[in-house]
Ligand binder design. Structure first.
Ligand code: AMP
Length: 216
């Protein structure tokens, strides 16, 4: 059983790698961004989620932690999982310690200029969640999802103003988690130095780390 956190700035590849690792490991990827996006029409909390997500700000801890807790109770998460986009604050990391124990944190270290290029050319399938990139991870047919044929969209928070805000928040609130997990001895860093590095190459690196650590 392996419980993994993917840590890194927006656009570092957390979701792209996690969704490729999940079938190899036989465990689900749990993305709090996706959980929250799925709750945008909720009559109680949808309005709050939309407000924060659209401006690139962090959704309040209480809402995110509740959504994650509920998701972790589902049967498919009983044998391990990959967390994508959670925790994003020290408070969330501490709350997570009260819910479950994590084996390894994969810290994706990517230079800022690569991140900005990647985020602004990212497109996603609104139906199945597959992630594409117009620069190096293109769909076979322009702007159409390879898997389900749906027209791809650009997320509102992948537009320039929101990207700036998300990076600022990453530095302020999420980056301190690197030291938090380093001190716990479970942080492993994977570096990216080119924009077109194939996802499979990074996934292989991460899988080797999990093997070396005897986690799989
Ligand atoms: P992501 O899909 O991980 O890039 O997340 C998109 C947006 O969802 C973020 O910019 C936040 O507004 C919100 N979000 C996702 N995960 C969290 C989290 N752990 N804490 C707070 N907000 C989150």
């Amino acid at each position: 059983m392996v419980k993994v956190i993917m840590l890194g700035p927006p656009g570092a590849g957390k979701g792209t790698y996690a969704t490729r690792m999940a079938p190899k490991l036989g465990i689900p990827t749990i993305s709090t961004g996706d959980l929250l996006r799925a709750a945008r029409d909720d009559p109680e909390i949808g309005g709050i989620i939309r407000k924060y997500q659209d401006s690139g700000e962090l959704v309040p801890d209480e809402i995110v932690i509740n959504a994650l807790k509920k998701r972790l109770e589902k049967d498919d998460a009983k044998n391990g999982f990959i967390l994508d986009g959670f925790p994003r604050t020290i408070e969330q990391a501490k709350a997570l310690e009260g819910i479950t124990n994590i084996n390894v944190v994969i810290n994706l270290d990517v230079p800022e200029e690569i991140i900005i290029k990647r985020l602004s050319s990212r497109r996603i399938c609104p139906k199945c969640g597959t992630i594409y990139n117009l620069l190096y991870l293109k769909p076979k047919v322009d702007e159409i999802c390879d898997k389900c044929g749906t027209k791809l969209i650009q997320r509102d928070d992948d537009k320039p103003e929101a990207i700036k805000e998300r990076l600022k928040i990453y530095h302020e609130k999420t980056e301190p988690l690197i030291d938090f997990y380093k001190e716990k001895g479970i942080l492993m860093t994977v570096t990216t130095d080119r924009i077109d590095v194939p996802p499979e190459e990074q996934v292989d690196k991460i899988m080797s780390i999990l093997k070396e650590k005897k986690l799989i």
